[in-house]
Every structure is written in structure tokens, then in C-alpha cells.
Design a protein around this ligand. Structure first.
Ligand SMILES: [Zn+2]
Length: 260
């Protein structure tokens, strides 16, 4: 168990005074609790063990106040803009592309560098988490530390400072990552929260309404998905889109696998 006197896992400078820090940003997991009374969800463990969870996974004494605030600045910026895809009023902020069966959207209003920090922050937190639900997800130590150093260097507790700092971000880790979501969110979501690293280089995060593949060896990503790889310093953020039917089938297959 971590204690309030332990050092913050992100900056390693200040005391980890914060309680109930989110591992996964709230907006990425909130669909999981849709329409359940009382508010709850089921966390599946390998082997079929089930655990009722009241809220998305939180941990105590992992961050200092400044790092906690900096992570929330990043999240607020990205959450607001990603979620606008579901709001017709923001239609102009997105450009849709369709190439055969492959569909994706470009987000005109999201800074690609900030978005990369956001993805790193989620992947890094899941990798360092001690929660049993995330025990199957782990980046190699070297890659985990590389992400921590970038986050420590560039995260700032205000959006203005974050944007001025990010100007000097000119090198990214040699990774790839893609984010895929259903074209229209499903409610109830018929999906679950799960995280796994099936091998040394592939890390999968299933965040209810989003599916993320995070790859630490660039050449391993298949050609098709490279078109929506966002591990770039320029261009627009691309989000892969899935038909509801395919999304549902994929989710059922995952749930089936998780309980066998
Ligand atoms: Zn800190």
C-alpha cells in the first residue's frame, strides 16, 4: 500500500499527497456505468472472478498535487474535444474519410502534440497501476520510463503553460498508437473496461467507447492502421471509426474471452 509520504510516481520530487487519483480519465470510462442502479459496473478478471465496482478505478497516494492538476488539464482539453464528435453543433470540427471499409475522422480542433501527451499519460498510468484490473497491462520498463520523462518535462498545471511548453516538444518515442471508436456510441455500451499486453510490444486498452492499441515497436503495426497512427508531431489527430455492428461483435468476443 502506498503512503502519503511516498514520492509522486510522476515527478519523483514531491510527496504523493493526493487521494483517489484516476488511472483512466473519467470520460473514457463513464459509459460503463450507464443506466445501472445503483451506479455500478462489473470488473471481469481472467478466470471469471467478478468484482462489482462503484466508480472507475482510482488509487491513493500515487501523485502530488501539481502532477494531479497537470494531468487533469490535459484530460479536460482532450475530453471536451473528443466528445464533441457526438454533438452535431461541432460537426465543422471534424472531417470524415472513407476508404473502402476503412473509416476515420480527422479532428481539426485538437493539438496533435497535446493529444500525444494525453495518450502517453493514459498508457503510462495503466502501466504503473497496481490495480488488479490492470495487472495484465505493462510496458517494458525502458518505454515506461521514457513516457514518464516526457510527461514530467511537458505537463503543466495550466493550459496556457502547457501550450507554451509544448512548442519545444520535437521528439516523440518511437512508438505508434491508434484510437478507434464506434461511429455512434452504444447505450447501454455492451462493452467493458479491460487492459492487456498480449506481448512485448502490443498493449491494448479497451475503454468502453474507445479502443486503443499502443505499440512500442513501430515496424510491428500493420499497414492499414498506420494511416490512423497519431504518434506524430504534426498533422491532425485521426480517430478510426467502427460500425456499431462490428463494435458489438468485437465486444462480445472480448467478454467471452475474459470469462473463459
Ligand atoms: Zn508529482
Amino acid at each position: 500500500m502506498r503512503q502519503p509520504d511516498d514520492l509522486c510516481l510522476l515527478c519523483c520530487d514531491s510527496k504523493a499527497s493526493q487521494k483517489e487519483s484516476h488511472i483512466i480519465p473519467k470520460f473514457l470510462g463513464k459509459g460503463l456505468f450507464h443506466d445501472t442502479k445503483p451506479h455500478h459496473s462489473i470488473l471481469w478478471h481472467k478466470g471469471g472472478k467478478r468484482q462489482k465496482v462503484q466508480d472507475i478505478i482510482k488509487e491513493d497516494y500515487i501523485f502530488c498535487a501539481k502532477c494531479e492538476k497537470s494531468l487533469s488539464v490535459l484530460e479536460t482539453y482532450c475530453a471536451l474535444r473528443l466528445e464533441r464528435f457526438d454533438n452535431v453543433r461541432y460537426f465543422k470540427d471534424f472531417v470524415l474519410y472513407k476508404e473502402g471499409d476503412f473509416e476515420f475522422v480527422e479532428c481539426k480542433d485538437i493539438n496533435i502534440k497535446v493529444f500525444n501527451l494525453f495518450i502517453y499519460s493514459v498508457v503510462w498510468r495503466v502501466s504503473i497501476s497496481n490495480n488488479i484490473g490492470f495487472s495484465k497491462f505493462k510496458l517494458p520498463d525502458k518505454e515506461e520510463e521514457e513516457l514518464r520523462l516526457i510527461l514530467k518535462d511537458f505537463l503543466k498545471p495550466t493550459q496556457t503553460d502547457l501550450f507554451s511548453e509544448i512548442e519545444r516538444l520535437n521528439i516523440l518515442p518511437n512508438h505508434r498508437h491508434v484510437l478507434i471508436r464506434p461511429k455512434k456510441k452504444l447505450r447501454p455500451p455492451t462493452s467493458m473496461l479491460s487492459a492487456a499486453s498480449p506481448n512485448e510490444w502490443l498493449n491494448q486498452l479497451h475503454l468502453v467507447d474507445y479502443l486503443m492499441f499502443y505499440i512500442t515497436q513501430q515496424d510491428k503495426m500493420i499497414e492499414n492502421l498506420r494511416r490512423i497512427d497519431n504518434n506524430r508531431l504534426s498533422g491532425l489527430v485521426r480517430i478510426g471509426l467502427s460500425e456499431q455492428k462490428i463494435w458489438k461483435e468485437f465486444n462480445f468476443a472480448m467478454i467471452k474471452e475474459a470469462i473463459h
